[in-house]
Each structure stands twice: as structure tokens, then as C-alpha cells.
Design a protein around this ligand. Sequence first.
Ligand SMILES: [Zn+2]
Length: 244
Amino acid sequence: MKPTPNSRELAPLLAFGAHPDDIEFACGGVVARETRAGRTAHFVVCSGGEAASHGSPEQRAIEAEKSAKILGATLEFLVLDGDARLEMRAEHAMKLARIIRVVRPGIILAPSLVENQHPDHPKLGRLVRDAARLARYGGVEELREHAAHAIDLLLHYAVTDEAEPKDMTPLLIDISGGEVMALWTAAMAAHASQSATRDYQQLQLTRAKLHGLKAGVEYSIPLFSSDPIVLDSLVQLGRGARSF
Ligand SMILES: [Zn+2]
């Protein structure tokens, strides 16, 4: 893929997932949109998905590699406590912070903090939030090897409807358009083992369609910021979702 002329100005996108398919199903369309605009993207998957009902960790690693490649992202697996066993530990946050200092992203994507979902998801969301803080603290002994790094923004994604924070106004990212939708659909299809009993792909497309209707576009993916977003000017604002 050829970068666009201004791609040097776009800091990398870094996405964390608790399981091999979380990032792609929750917000693969957003990633495709960003990589097509010339931004580099890197995925960090924090378990092999070994507790899932379908697909061996080996099979799922192959699927995840294929899926990330379709979206134009690189991928690494990071072993923490294992699938369905993730605990809040300072050493985990240190490991994630080290990756943040190496990749030096502008935007980070992580699971939402809503409790009513897979227990690994909100825990990873909190660990990433902590790690983003540790990455910018100059005095953390364990991280001295790499220069401190302050990200621009942490955005949370929801793997399912239940994981969307109901008390927050989402940012609705317009992912309409043939190429991005084709890449997202192909990336989800690459996780073939996960569609054995439920059509997760259709579930995500329907959610995106619903959010698109709200936004007045064809398809849209919601992302959530825990922090106020700073704008240089109102010119940077898009439009509100009042079209339906
Ligand atoms: Zn998951």
C-alpha cells in the first residue's frame, strides 16, 4: 500500500485486544480506514484465545495474522495470564507501557471498561489506561530503556452492544465506502473458527448499520473517549448525529 503524502504526520495507531479477534470484530473498519489514509497500525493480542469453544490457539494465531494483514496492520502476541484469567497486575501495565514506548502511537484503541462483557475485556481496558500513564512518566525505573512517550488519545471500543458505555456520547466513525467495508468484512471472515456457531460477522455489520443510520451514513463504528477531546478550532468538528 502506498502511503498518502501526509502519512509522515500521522502517528501510528496501536490497538490492544484480549483475544485474537476482538480488535477486528469491534473496530476493524476504523483500522482499515486509518491504514488506507497512510497511518501505520499495530495490534497487540494479550492471549491465544485458548478458552474459546472453537479453534485451537495455533489456528487462531494463523487467523489473526491473516486478518491483521488484510487491515494493513502488524500483529504481536503478548502472554499475560492467559484467556479468561487476566488479572490487574502492575507488571502487566509495565509490559503494555513498554510496547507503547516502542511503538510511540498517537491514538490507542482498547476495550471499553463496561463490566457486563467477557471479564478479560474491561480488565485489559483498565490495564491499557494505566499503561498509557506509565508510558509518559519519566521516572519509572523498569521503563528507562525507552524514552517516555505521551499518547494523544485513548479510545475505547466495544466488542458487543452490551460493552458500549451507555453514559458516554460515542464518537461515530463513518466507515461507509466499498473498499473499507470490503477490507473489514474480509478481516472478520479470516476468523473462520469463531463463526462456527454464531454469525458474529453479521452481528457486527448490523451494529455498524444501526450506528450508521443514527449518523446519517451507511455504516459507522462507535468509539468512546474517557477524556475530554481538545480541538484547535470548531473547523475540526464533523457533524452531530441527528439524521434519523
Ligand atoms: Zn474477547
